[in-house]
Design a protein around this ligand. Structure first.
Ligand code: ATP
Ligand code: MG
Length: 740
């Protein structure tokens, strides 16, 4: 096991070993805040006799919690690590609600409505009540009310001032009723209801010795309250954060939680870290040039611990398609130029919004570059995956009518829209859930207003039979293998592969591969490190009974909850050699050797619809500070949507210019490659070996786009990415230029 203080500088050690009970560690990106927080967890456990199950540690993303678990298992061993209550606020709150939700009247086995589910519910309500409010606006407002801890009932007692507000309150109220009838909680409910639970039953967390929070600058009001509730008994809190990286204001995060905390706890100690261990000097100074445009913030210096390195690159391309092509080839070129010092997993493409990914994905597909998608792009939203997950949901909590309606006729069972309507109105009139009503109809206990066709009756019987036998199957599985076994059963019973062949004849293989991926993940649900919420286990507390369910059913609801809470495509593929394509928001706290930030033009960064320009600037700052050795910023000259000319982002300081990663001569090449190896702390590749046999070095002209973003006719360099060395130089345009 590694020693806890090894490899920490003195400021970091001060923070790790601080006797303060309330501690804030404030520091810029890459200064080791997360590393320090992790070491403090280990330090508290080993110096204070705390049991790991009495320590709560909140991270911002699931990937971050997984990384922290990995680091901790090296420091304290995975026996202890696996017992920690470590995860995102949402996953931790879910665990408490699973165990103690009954104390506040929550029904057992609740499911989680993800943002698509919430939107669908709201759309239906607006249609039913014939209201004018936009569904997206309503969802956003409901979420922000909940993030501030404001419930529907509180709004209802206040007499509303405007008809618009009145409309909103009606939607809010109907939404709450719909979720409750379906036994669903949305993301915000997880936090709100948990806060409710802990206020009413503080003994649920009476064992908690210490609470630690990463990325504190992006907590919202309710998360702030939760942190205090978790720590109510022993008042031991450590937070780490950086106001310059606050990028979730649009989702009600409040930077002022930092000062709020200092006011609430007058004895708060603050430790500042200053050294940056992540990025090259030149990347840092470019990032600083961006953030310093915000003159309202206190000036801070980032002290690089690495050399200057290679200058960030700014490229202008003619179109978004050309930008995607350039970016993909540049990834291959980097790998070739560095003699396989870099692998695909060392690259990340960070986007302002998920919608920008289409062309990049398609180019990577063409070039055979493997990639994974994070944040906003959801594997689980793919049609074939969603059908199977909906079946699991139908088995897990059939009270959720929307889910039933989605799969009642998939694969087709002759249950048409007309029949569904008869059933839903029948259920509404009988004031019962769709599931109970459908069962009654199928078993002849009730009938619909208009009789059903024979074919529809058969279809209904078939659907009911499948859900009922699946429930039986689930009861037979008394362990963590339940999700996988159930999925296999449903796939077989539905003849799902045959269905894919008919429904998607051109794409069946890809879709089947996705199903295999889903099965692999379902098999992984037994691994608490891979599942963000851990294994739902909470320490026992005298006099408090934890809700116990059927173990197979619990494994299934946990699997579905993990999916609903995850922003990532898969749970365990981070080790595979793949380029990451992520939103900037989901890249928080992470780092990669090479980072591309495409589409840095006005309208995208800053985004035309964004309200807070400073937050947009911080977003660019966060993106740039993810890079360790090489940073590429780029934008197309024309907007891909409307074809208008673009202007480079006004946040880019004038000293970031078109400085391509030039490897124009052996000396330069050697310096660049050694520089990258040093920053990444990797062995230097044998440069002489690498240079030998290179008949012409790829140079700045080797890429096929001019500084103006236009393509050189006939300049098509081709790398064979399976080889370490670039093949003989093939750029005909550049050759001509050199001869000239
Ligand atoms: P962010 O603000 O982006 O979340 P951070 O402050 O949390 O960044 P970390 O992710 O903890 O920073 O650390 C950044 C990198 O620096 C990691 O690769 C980490 O291992 C390394 N690092 C941190 N402290 C040290 C140190 N004292 N010596 C060597 N490397 C360090
Ligand atoms: Mg961090």
């Amino acid at each position: 096991m590694d020693s806890i203080l090894d490899g920490l500088n003195s400021a970091q050690r001060t923070a790790v070993t601080s006797p303060a009970s309330i501690l804030q560690v404030l520091a810029p990106p890459g200064s080791g805040k997360t590393k320090t927080l992790t070491a403090r967890v280990a330090y508290l456990l080993s110096h204070h006799d705390y049991r790991p199950q009495d320590v709560i540690c909140c991270t911002f993303t699931i990937k971050a919690s997984r990384e922290m678990r990995e680091r901790l298992s090296k420091l304290i061993g995975n026996q202890l690590e696996s017992k920690l209550i470590l995860g995102t606020f949402h996953s931790i709150c879910r665990r408490y609600l699973v165990a103690y939700g009954h104390l506040i009247g929550l029904k057992k086995g609740f499911g989680i409505a993800d943002s698509n589910d919430s939107l669908a519910v709201i759309k239906k309500i607006i249609k039913r009540l014939r209201l004018g409010i936009q569904a997206n606006t309503a969802r956003f407002r409901i979420s922000s009310q909940k993030a501030q801890g404001i419930r529907c009932e509180e709004l209802m007692v206040k007499r509303s001032k405007s008809s618009e507000q009145e409309e909103f309150v009606r939607v809010y109220q109907a939404y709450e009723t719909a979720l409750s009838n379906s036994n669903l909680l949305d993301y915000d409910d997880l936090l709100l209801r948990c806060a409710d639970l802990l206020q009413k039953h503080p003994q649920c967390v009476s064992n908690v010795q210490a609470v630690l929070v990463d990325e504190f600058q992006d907590t919202n009001r309710i998360q702030f309250d939760l942190m205090n509730l978790f720590a109510a008994r022993n008042r031991r809190i450590t937070i780490v954060g950086d106001p310059d990286q606050s990028i979730y204001g649009f989702r009600s995060a409040e930077i002022k939680n930092l000062t709020r905390m200092q006011k609430l706890y007058r004895d708060t100690s603050v430790v500042i870290l200053e050294n940056n261990y992540r990025s090259s000097g030149s990347i840092l100074s470019s990032a600083e040039d961006v953030i310093e445009q915000d003159t309202s913030r206190p000036t801070k210096k980032l002290h690089p611990t690495h050399g200057v390195g290679t200058l960030p690159v700014l490229r202008k391309l003619s179109t978004a398609a050309a930008e995607a092509q350039w970016l993909t080839l540049e990834i291959k070129r980097c790998i070739a130029l560095t003699g396989n010092l870099l692998k695909y997993s060392d690259f990340a493409v960070l986007l302002r919004s998920a919608s920008l990914s289409r062309q990049i994905e398609s180019e990577m597909g063409k070039e055979g570059i493997p990639y994974r998608m994070v944040g906003g792009f959801r594997f689980f939203d793919r049609a074939e995956i969603k059908i199977l997950l909906d079946y699991l949901r139908a088995v897990s909590h059939p009270e959720d009518s929307d889910t039933l309606i989605r799969v009642i006729n998939v694969p087709p069972r002759k249950i048409g829209e007309e029949t569904v309507k008869l059933l839903t109105t029948g259920a509404e009139e009988a004031k019962m859930s769709l599931w109970v009503f459908v069962k009654d109809v199928a078993q002849g206990r009730r009938s619909t207003k208009k009789g059903l066709s024979k074919a529809a009756e058969r279809g209904l019987g078939n659907f009911l039979g499948l859900v009922e036998t699946s429930k039986q199957k689930l009861l037979e599985c008394r362990d963590d293998t339940a999700p996988r076994r159930l999925l296999e059963f449903i796939i077989r019973r539905l003849s799902f592969r045959e269905f894919l062949k008919t429904a998607y004849p051109l794409d069946e293989e890809n879709r089947w591969a996705n199903i295999e991926e889903l099965l692999a993940q379902a098999g992984d649900a037994s691994n608490p490190a891979a599942s963000p919420g851990g294994d739902d286990h909470l320490p026992g507390i005298d006099g408090l009974e934890q809700q116990q369910g059927h173990p197979g059913h619990e494994a299934l609801t946990r699997f579905l909850a993990n999916i609903a809470l995850s922003t990532e495509i898969t749970s365990d593929d981070s080790s595979k050699e793949k380029v990451t394509i992520s939103t900037i928001h989901a890249a928080k706290g992470l780092e990669w050797p090479v980072v591309f930030v495409p589409a840095v033009y006005d309208g995208i960064i800053p985004h035309s619809r964004a309200e807070d320009a400073d937050e947009e600037r911080r977003l660019l700052y966060v993106a740039m500070t993810r890079a360790q050795a090489l940073l590429y910023l780029s934008f197309p000259r024309r907007d891909s949507k409307n074809g208008d000319d673009t202007a480079q982002s006004s946040f880019l300081p004038p000293n970031i210019v078109d400085n391509r990663f030039r490897a124009t001569g052996p000396k330069f090449h050697e310096k660049a490659v050694y520089g990258i190896a040093d920053i990444l702390r990797r062995p230097r590749p044998a440069i002489e070996e690498m240079l030998k046999g290179m008949s012409g070095l790829p140079s700045v002209e080797d890429d096929r786009w001019t500084a103006d973003g236009e393509e050189h006719p006939g300049a098509v360099p081709k790398w064979d990415s399976s080889r370490a060395l670039p093949p003989t130089y093939e750029c005909s345009w550049a050759k001509r230029r050199r001869v000239d």
